[in-house]
Design a binder for this molecule. Sequence first.
Ligand code: PLP
Length: 355
Amino acid sequence: MRPLIASIRLENLRHNYLLAKQMAGGPTLAVIKANAYGHGALRCAQALADVADGFAVACLEEAVQLREGGVSLPIVLLEGVFEAAELAAVEAHDLWCVVQSPQQLDMVLQANPAKPYTVWLKMDSGMHRAGFFPQDYAAAHCKLMASGKVSKIVKMSHFARADEPQLSATHAQLEAFDSVCRYLPGEESIANSAGILCHERAHRQWNRAGIMLYGASPLPAGFEQGAALKPVMRLTSRVFGVRELAAGEPVGYGASFVAERPTRVGLIACGYADGYPRLASTGSPVAIDGVRSRVIGRVSMDMMTVDLTDLPQAGIGSEVELWGDTVHINEVAAQAGTISYEVLCNVKRAHFQYH
Ligand SMILES: *Cc1c(COP(=O)(O)O)cnc(C)c1O
């Protein structure tokens, strides 16, 4: 078997969820969209079933997969529905649905549900991606309330810059939200992970924890609020080839790395087709039998090369942690010029092992 393993530590997931809920001070959805950020949505939902208040996914397809797997807790569709016909499935599967546009509002107003919907009505409080502008929000809220088609409306919004805690942008969004919503009845939901970690004023009746569940802080290095989170995924492979190169010899495609000294190169079964970011090439950290070293040369589709020069004990069969406990996912993401979310979502072809 190809030795690339994504170990998913479900105990750490539970720990992180409970920490998120404790920090948020109230009910918290576990956001498991995009296959639980690459960790396996059904397995994660099952592991959280007895502690979570509910789940959030992007779309109907993701929710149905959970329902068919036996998940019975509330599930919110964060993008809402894409066509009116999906509302029948929303009803059949007892899902909660975001309404974030006039088109989605009309679909709900024109539907004839046997049992009224629970709607999460989204305000665009400043991110300018989805939702009703503050000045249009109360009218949308009133139309839904008056329609008889909904039994409950949760007022929601989403932050654009909560991961930059020093900025005033998040306060401006909160102001925009509260200035309208304080006059409207019902529960509210604003905080994502960064909101839970950094913005107490954003903690409301419902909170939405995503990346922090998986043990990665959304905050820049230096912010300690996420220090107690435990990484859920540990991605490991093994050395399956070793060669010694003289100084001056290149390694890999494009000869982007040239040995400056006699160099011992380890070959690893992991590449960008597995989701390891190609942009995180020479210099990206790895841990070999627990000792930190680095990628050298370009990451290729199925393989990559690491520096074993200072690790004389390491050789064929040595374990290489791509990220997990010694190498933090945020370090790898930074090397690739991206964020942990994208790197985690991209993991594939690895053997997933759940503990
Ligand atoms: C993905 C998402 C979240 C979770 O965000 P994190 O930064 O991963 O915590 C929360 N709310 C909405 C609307 C989302 O789309």
